[in-house]
Design a protein. Sequence first.
Length: 520
Amino acid sequence: MATVEEHNAPDSRPTDSSNSADVDNDADSATSDDVGGATLERKLTNTEHTAVPKPGDVRINVKGAFIVEDDDEPGTPEDDFDTEGYQLERRGIRLPNHKAVVSHIAVDIGGSLAKLVYFSFEPGDEQGGRLNFLKFETDKIDTCIAFMKRLKKEHMQRNGLGSDHELCVMATGGGAYKYYERIKEALGVEVMREDEMECLIIGLDFFISEIPREVFSYSDSNPMAFVPPSSRTYPYLLVNIGSGVSMIKVSGPREFQRVGGTSLGGGTLWGLLSLLTGARNFDEMLAMAECGDNTNVDMLVGDIYGTGYGKIGLKSTTIASTFGKVYRTKRRAERESEDYGGLANGDHIDSAREYMSSTSPRTTSRTECGPQMTNSNDDYPGTSASNYFPKSDADPHNSNRQPFRPQDISRSLLYAISNNIGQLAFLHAEKHNCAQIYFGGSFIGGHWQTMATLAYAIKFWSKGTKHALFLRHEGYLGAVGAFLKRQPEGWGRRGSMDGLGLMGGVLEKLRVKTDGGEAQ
């Protein structure tokens, strides 16, 4: 079946809003919850300087929160630290009204990346603080642990050694179990493991509800049409794209169900491109894809019909077969090599270059890589098909030259994975009656081609009835959710955060009583 390739976001897009998140900070506002048949009262209290029941517990004050744009001075540890092995997200979240000590950090350890979230004070405590975001390759987990040790050291220097401010690590993801003992032994602190899916939903609801200019829709004409906070509509679908893909239906605050997924995710793209190109990391792979032209390796509808297939709604530029030209081109090059005296398999010969030019549906030229569309039909930007076999003055018998540009391979595979995820997301959203589809996970990484492909896939398959939405901190949903799980019992927050700490405490007490023990 043909896949989708045009990059246009849904017609109905939310508008920008610069209003700050509205956080309920009214003191002494009594409410009640019914959990397991027991009605429990709690007070919503302004907690900026309120003592907390347990070390590390604190309600984060998000009043007036905003994203710092292109921050040059993020809250990194004061001591020198080897920056090799991690990447700092320069769009931290400022919390100008939070002044209480935060005695916990959160880490979401996946199969490919470990994402770390921690709070730091601004210079001069009256300015409040910020949430900082970092990511590490999971293969370099010891670098992540070393960074957490540095955070622990600074925490102790600032707040003293008393147990009232003892550091705690909130961990989620598969690595929270795999590396539990290593983290606990290295840091010598309490490590609390939290459910991965639950943390994803808590983190997403936090971003949707509380952080202005976080959620947006994508289109070529308006790459960031921001959605105002608190505009979520249930049910919605979260498509979390990490090494693999999980699709989660969210029916209400803290009501969710994993309804599907696929093993073809970021890890698939990373693994294949590691084998097929010289890229050393995921960002480098995405950069190569931005410079590539997938039409040099993909078979399009136009390659088969010579034009579009309008009767069933397929344009000539629609991808009919990912990597569909590779075998045909390779065999043609081998035959031509034999005709020219048995040159090595895959040599760059003029006949093969001419063959590619004759079969390509168009030729384009680009002087730089980027989201600007230079094609006449505004489909995929790319390089000229004549560049498919790069010209060289070197020995034509040199067999070390590559027959397929890594940039083109990267772009083709990026589209293949993204299109597949987009179609699966639509099918699950259709089945579960979800009009809004949120895409999260480090696979997206703010990359315009990925977002454009996913956005158009949703519009194409749904005929504009469903909407793809993205986040600026898409890779940190789980880490932020784990960070927010460290809440004082009896304190709640608006919306999905309401009663977050209370729920955990109540369920634990019910569990202990059921087991025949006595709640502490």
